[in-house]
Design a protein around this ligand. Sequence first.
Ligand code: KIV
Length: 267
Amino acid sequence: MQKKKTVLDFQRMKAEGERIAVLTCYDYPTAAIMDGCGIDIILIGDSAGVVVAGYDNTLPVTMDEMIYHTKAVMRAQPKAFVVADLPFLSYQIDLAGARLNAGRLIKEAGAAAVKIEGGVNIAETIAAITAMDIPVMGHIGLTPQSLHRMGGFKVQGKSEQQAEKLLEDARAVERAGAFAVVLEGIPMGLAGKITAELSIPTIGIGAGPSCDGQVLVLHDILGLCSKYSPKFVKRYAELTPVIAEAVSSYIADVKGGTFPEERHSFK
Ligand code: KIV
């Protein structure tokens, strides 16, 4: 039987060169499926706001929405390690607010860890949360909550100066006590450099193959998000036409009177 994953596994996996597979997840049925497949980490990303709720970006996502999605995932009793995102405005105001909201994701929703976007600027917050014995996953590079500062969803760390800043961010996140760090939308050479320097695992998304693990958004790999398709996504299925065909067949059956049949009915 599969053993429950803990933070200790990811340290060992980095040391042994075993890659860490991470996917986002927002509900009970997909949590049960991916857990059965042996995913290492389930991330309840605030990308839920885009791929589930249909917002243009992650900024409107609330704590209550993150708690709702995390609780749904936890009902699948995953063996995977579960990390939940702290949404915009849930950790930036003050340390007390950040600690309270991180604690809510653990206590109310059942996550094992939280993820926070930011580097040097957020290191004190990471330290405050890890001081409560809540494991923190950092997230640097293309941080979607910083959309307006970045001027769009743009690759970060391309210039020497930006790359040096990202190295500083990575070091700050590690020093603050994070157990892992997501590297999003950065050149693969820089991701390799950060991965080699840090003792905590790096989880890449649009950061090339040298990271200790990879994360993608579930709806992207399943072909369920037609709004956008970043270069770094690999589609493993095209579910949109599959769902459309099933729904169309149902509509045709209902209109044509061929559903329900006797076997779907009670005597
Ligand atoms: O919100 C999210 O899904 C994320 C991952 C893509 C890293 O932050």
